[in-house]
Write a protein that binds this ligand. Structure first.
Ligand code: ZN
Length: 389
């Protein structure tokens, strides 16, 4: 059993507890404190003085099998590599399909998630893709949630977007109800990860579902909430009423020019508006395409999202908006863990999985990554690679 003692870290658990030691054994955190002067000869002891320790980051929306394809087959984006996650300090990923549910399939998504798990990080999946009715592994959302360990919810289901299947209200609430039932019976989140497009209809379907059915607001995790100014305003109201909101960290300068609210600014504005920090998550949308369409719906540009943008947005929140580091870190650690019911993730505390990211305190760059108790990055260098890297 590998034992590791990280000494003298500055711990953000994600709340700031200051200088301490972390003892890891058998892939779990077994002790946090400074009473561990003699750990024993089988324990690896590393003096991490000067480094910040945080929970390994959770990225709840990554197109691990690639996504996109909105510009034809040559624009299908590539799969995630293990080193992409390591570089971003990310140790837990929820994989999803996207626009394409024909050449990308839930079975391939599950296989890729299992592969990344074998390579060293923790993975889960969203079942389905943009389309309604949802494409599943076993024939129903409820069965997927109950029978397949890695499936924790449904997504990303597209609404208010020209690429959605334009579900009716009845189709939409039936889907959410199935996710809720599956979540309850399996002890999982059963959350529906909603892709929001640029249409002025915004969160209409979600508000109607909450007003006209018994489904609680917390059954939804709407993403891309920062993609334009009007959706962002709706997101503030939704979150103030107790809903969750997810911001997408992958972006390109042209999107910002067109009105996307940069993640750091979005976080600052939500907090200033009185939204509880616990309602907000960041996800990278990595390996997804970042397509831009003109007014006639013609594709004019295509870029690709990156996992590293997740920490980038946290860093910008701290540096540019003066958000407290522990608050900014919540969006990629304890908040997604709680919302997605990942009970051993998102905190550095006894009993939690030994997923720890070490940051340089000045630059907030990733210097080390421990996942499930094993070093994936040390001294700024990846020490584990994906199978074909
Ligand atoms: Zn999306």
């Amino acid at each position: 059993m590998h034992m590791l003692l990280l000494k003298n870290v500055d711990l953000y658990a994600p709340s700031h507890t200051g200088r301490t030691d972390i003892l890891v054994a058998g892939g779990r955190i077994v002790h946090v404190g400074d009473q561990l002067a003699r750990p024993g000869e089988y324990c690896e002891v590393v003096d991490a003085a000067g480094l910040i320790a945080t929970p390994g980051f959770i990225d709840g929306h990554v197109h691990i099998t690639g996504g996109g394809g909105e510009g034809g087959f040559a624009t299908r984006t590539p799969e995630l590599l293990l080193s992409d996650a390591i570089r971003g300090g990310v140790t837990t990923i929820v994989g999803c399909l996207g626009t394409d549910g024909i050449t990308r399939h839930p079975a391939g998504l599950l296989a890729k998630a299992r592969g990344l798990d074998e390579e060293g990080i923790t993975t889960y999946t969203w079942t389905g893709h943009y389309a309604v009715p949802v494409q599943t592994l076993t024939g129903s959302i409820e069965r997927d949630l109950i029978l397949i360990d890695k499936v924790i919810g449904v997504g990303e289901v597209a609404i208010s977007d020209h690429r959605s299947t334009q579900p009716t209200f009845e189709e939409f609430v039936r889907l959410v109800a199935e996710a809720r039932r599956g979540g309850i019976l399996s002890g999982k989140a059963g959350v529906v990860n909603m892709h929001l497009g640029d249409s002025k209809r915004g969160l209409d379907l979600l508000r109607r579902a909450v007003a006209e059915t018994e489904i609680p607001r917390t059954q939804f995790l709407p993403t891309h909430i920062n993609r334009n100014p009007w959706l962002f305003e709706e997101g503030i109201a939704w979150a103030k009423d107790g809903g969750y909101v997810d911001f997408t960290t992958s972006t390109v300068p042209a999107f910002i020019e067109e009105g996307e609210v940069p993640c750091h600014e979005a976080l600052r504005r939500m907090l200033d508006a009185g939204v509880a920090a616990t309602q907000i998550t960041f996800t990278s949308d990595a390996q997804g395409s970042l397509p831009a369409f003109d007014a006639d719906g013609v594709l004019v540009r295509l870029d690709i999202g990156r996992v590293t943008s997740l920490l980038g947005a946290v860093r910008e929140s701290v540096v540019r908006e003066k958000v407290d580091l522990s608050v900014a870190l919540q969006t990629i650690t304890s908040n997604p863990a709680r919302i997605l019911k990942l009970r051993t993730k998102g905190q550095v505390a006894p009993g939690f999985d030994a997923d720890i990211t070490l940051l340089d305190p000045a630059s907030l760059e990733v210097r080390g990554v421990v996942a499930k108790g094993r070093w994936l990055m040390r001294d700024g260098e990846a020490v584990v690679k994906g199978t074909f890297e």
